[in-house]
Write a protein that binds this ligand. Structure first.
Ligand code: TYM
Length: 387
């Protein structure tokens, strides 16, 4: 279905076709702004994932699976393992280091191909932090305090780290440093993307056109996979319930056990009704995305099964669909030398792009090309007048 696309205009059409086949695409910018941007900035697709634990089904269906698809239809794609974001919550250094390697192995096992994508570790490109400082000086505290993820995460904390508050500013820097035009993410990232758009606009008005308006690419059906234990909430690594999410590399018995325990309701039929029956509908949607069938087809096929039987059937499907990823992961994770090579080469390529936008920003805001070049000109002028 996916053909290789080598020019910027067709990626929009392809992104549309792609999203129509998997669910509608959310568009935040007006068509006019998008067209203008399309002319000014080449299409670059970028996204990131935190190395805070294993990749779960929500990350995979909402984001990583889409990244693999975008990698196949566009040549300029950048994926970042955002370890600087990860430390906004306490991390054990050894565990963080292991997680970076494990996430790299999982992303490659999912199909991220270093010959088609740039895959790198955020902290290995220090310009993310430098640009975040610049943007932090242009972002107001009231705007940041409105961010729903900050509100949600800080609610549970007695002492709130500053990094958690400024997290979306760093995310804005991640995106704009690469002049990314499209950002495939799950629905939970929408407000972060809005801040990135606001900052791009603010900077462009103040210093002249520099950044494109980054457009979120959100798959409506897979953009918010729910927790297996609390179907009103998204599936999340930070849930207090152990059996709330399935990791891509979980062994079959764990997948079976967690799905068996998934919260549904007192109706035994399998139907798709996200508002009234969020638990069973979440299972249907996972099933539907993994098999490329519609929720209705899944429910038709499940006629005659009660929800308990359906969960076991779904477990078999999930185990089989994840098997190749798990097997490839096992091979890759035992080759840290190769994984480090992949990250190193990604860092070199990312640094090249980042350096160019960072010098542009520095020059525009008055950090460079100012005092030194003026002094040189003044010296020259003095020399000419004295001759
Ligand atoms: P993170 O690490 O929490 O999640 C990575 C990606 O997975 C998506 N996702 C989900 N999608 C559907 N259903 C779910 N239950 C679910 N849970 C997570 C997320 O939306 C995300 O796309 N702030 C980001 C990381 C980041 C980033 C960036 C993303 C940092 N810089 C620049 C894009 C561009 C985050 O915490 O993702």
């Amino acid at each position: 279905m996916l053909s290789t696309i080598r020019n910027s205009r067709s990626v929009f059409a392809s992104a549309n076709r792609l999203s129509k086949s998997t669910g509608a695409l959310n568009r935040c910018n007006s068509e006019k702004a998008r067209k203008k941007d399309e002319a000014n900035y080449p299409v670059r697709i970028l996204s990131g994932i935190q190395p805070t634990g294993a990749i779960h089904l929500g990350n995979y269906l909402g984001a990583v699976r889409e990244w693999v698809r975008y990698q196949e239809i566009h040549e300029d794609v950048v994926w970042s393992i955002v370890d600087m974001h990860a430390i906004t919550a306490p991390q054990d250094p050894k565990e963080l280091q292991d997680n970076i390697i494990k996430i790299t192995a999982t992303l490659l096992a999912c199909g991220i191909d270093p010959s088609k994508s740039i895959l790198f570790q955020q902290s290995s490109v220090p310009m993310h932090a430098e640009l975040a400082w610049v943007f932090g000086s242009m972002t107001t505290m009231p705007r940041l305090s409105q961010q729903p993820q900050f509100k949600e995460k800080s609610e549970k904390l007695k002492d709130i780290p500053l990094g958690l508050f400024t997290y979306p500013v760093l995310q804005t820097a991640d995106i704009l440093l690469y002049k990314a035009t499209h950002v495939p993410v799950g629905e939970d990232q929408i407000q972060h993307l809005q801040l990135a758009q606001h900052t791009a606009q603010f900077f462009n008005v103040k210093y002249g056109n520099t950044f494109p308006m980054p457009e979120p690419l959100i798959n409506k059906s897979s953009g918010r996979i729910k927790s297996l234990r609390e179907p009103a909430k998204k599936m999340s690594k930070s849930s207090e319930y152990k059996k709330s999410s399935i990791n891509l590399v979980d062994p079959p018995e764990v997948i079976r056990e967690y799905l068996k325990k998934a919260v549904t309701d007192f109706t035994s039929e399998v139907t798709y009704d996200p508002a009234e029956r969020p638990g069973v509908s979440n299972l249907v949607i996972i099933h539907s995305i993994l098999t490329d069938k519609s929720p209705q087809e899944i429910c038709d096929e499940a006629q005659g099964l009660n929800t308990g039987q359906y969960k076991l059937h779904l477990a078999d499907v999930v185990i089989e669909k994840l098997r190749p990823i798990r097997e490839r992961y096992e091979e890759l994770v035992n080759d840290p030398g190769y994984l480090n090579e992949v990250l190193k080469s990604g860092t070199d390529r990312a640094t090249e792009i980042a350096s160019s936008s960072w010098s542009e920003v520095k020059s525009k805001i008055g950090f460079s090309g100012g005092i030194l070049s003026r002094t040189a000109k003044e010296v020259e002028r003095k020399h000419v007048t004295s001759v």
